[in-house]
Ligand binder design. Structure first.
Ligand code: FAD
Length: 383
């Protein structure tokens, strides 16, 4: 066994860490406060090569392994959840399905634009009445001559209504299978297509500088060739995409936990009560020890899941475990990190307050903790 990262991976970590500290940390709090998506930092992340990290160079990507991409998400999340979300959704959910299932023509048309970070692409699975039960989607796409006619709506779609959003992959019912269940397919819809509207959603508790959207399709017509991959394979494509996406949510949990732990450590060593640093009280030192322990365990689990993926071995079970564990570790870490900050931890002026809010999405998005436990229980044969 070899637990060392390669020199390239270590350099990447340092590069992204420096970038996040210099370019994102100074604006993160203000963007969160204003609930503002920043085109400027999105483009800067693109210039650094953070979009299309696992896409081969022939389509404009960086041709890196998955673990490198996960390290980048982890380092962004160490500083800010919203920017990590833009990259995680941009790569795993936006670029991923086009890269893995797109035709040669679709890949050449979209990937080079998305891999620069100039443009973003959304992943439209969730609907108002179909969240965890995504197979119950009601959006329909009917073939009319050479066009799909799409009707329905999607909700909570990341990166789909930012100023630089180019389009979205939509899962829709395209018919009924022989067994009577809905036939689900994925279709690409570009912004500017008549009948397609994307509205930013406001009032989020967390990831406030990340773009989240409601999508509406009203007799929206797109060419027949906008079908992604094989007709009827849409649900399968979405589930496979979520396996990879879960690794990036896990990376956000790991990075967020690391960031909150570092804030707590610094504060606990500086803050004095009863004439000594609060870290010197054993109860607080043990809290920091527990944080360090859980973060280390989370990192090992996540990196093993990524290693399996890079080795082209089945990784779905470990992806669900890593997503569940890393997001819940961050929950425990941020809670104690705020506790160590006392009253100051509840003030917006202190970054730890934002970490506390940003964590909550991680146990909900891309499959809730309950759904991860269901997936794991199925994969270990318990049910
Ligand atoms: C900021 C944000 C960004 C998002 N980005 C995207 C995106 O880019 N693309 C996309 O398609 N979606 C996206 N989502 C949607 C997200 O994936 C869903 O919110 C999530 O899957 C849960 O669905 P739901 O909100 O409808 O909750 P529900 O499915 O209604 O769940 C409610 C509760 O019931 C529980 N529950 C449901 N079914 C079961 C069961 N069988 N057993 C036990 N408990 C159960 C859940 O665990 C949860 O606690 C995003 C959401 C948010 C908030």
């Amino acid at each position: 066994m070899d637990f060392e990262l390669s020199m390239e991976q270590e350099i990447l970590r340092k590069t992204v860490r420096d970038f996040a500290e210099k370019e994102i940390a100074p604006v993160a709090q203000e963007l969160d406060e204003k609930e503002e998506f920043s085109l400027e930092t999105c483009r800067a992340m693109g210039e650094l090569g953070l979009f299309g990290m696992f896409v081969s160079e022939q389509y404009g990507g960086q041709g890196m392994d998955y673990i490198s991409y996960i390290i980048a998400v982890e380092e962004l999340a160490r500083v800010d959840g919203s920017h990590a979300a833009t990259i995680a959704a941009g790569n795993s959910l936006g670029i991923g399905p086009l890269y893995y299932y797109g035709s040669e023509e679709q890949k050449r048309k979209y990937l080079p634009k998305l891999c620069t970070g100039e443009y973003l692409w959304g992943f439209g699975l969730t609907e108002p009445n179909a969240g965890s039960d995504a197979g119950a989607s009601r959006t329909t796409a009917v073939l009319d001559g050479d066009q799909w006619v799409i009707n329905g709506s999607k909700i909570f779609i990341t990166n789909a209504s930012a100023p630089n959003s180019l389009g979205v992959t939509v899962m829709a019912r395209t018919g009924t299978r022989d067994d009577g269940r809905p036939e689900l397919s994925c279709i690409l819809v570009e912004h500017g297509t008549p009948g397609f509207e994307a509205k930013p959603m406001h009032g989020k508790m967390m990831w406030r500088a990340s773009n989240t959207s409601e999508l509406y399709f009203d007799d929206c017509r797109v060419p027949k060739d906008n079908l992604l991959g094989v007709r009827g394979k849409g649900f399968h494509q979405m589930l496979e995409t979520l396996d990879g996406g879960r690794l990036s949510i896990a990376a956000m949990g790991l990075g967020g936990a690391q960031g909150a732990y570092e804030l707590a450590m610094r504060y606990a060593k500086e803050r004095e009560q009863f004439g000594r640093p609060i870290a010197s009280f054993q109860v607080n030192a043990f809290k920091l020890a527990d944080m360090a322990l859980e973060i280390e365990a989370a990192r090992l689990l996540l990196y093993k899941a990524c290693w399996l993926r890079d080795q082209h071995k089945p990784f779905g079970k470990l992806a669900a475990m890593a997503k569940l564990y890393c997001s819940e570790v961050m929950g425990r870490v941020v809670s104690e990190a705020v506790q160590l900050h006392g009253g100051y931890g509840l003030m917006k002026e202190y970054n730890v307050e934002r970490f506390y809010r940003d964590q909550k999405l991680l146990t909900i998005g891309e499959g809730t903790s309950e759904i991860q436990r269901l997936v794991i229980a199925r994969l270990i044969g318990a049910i």
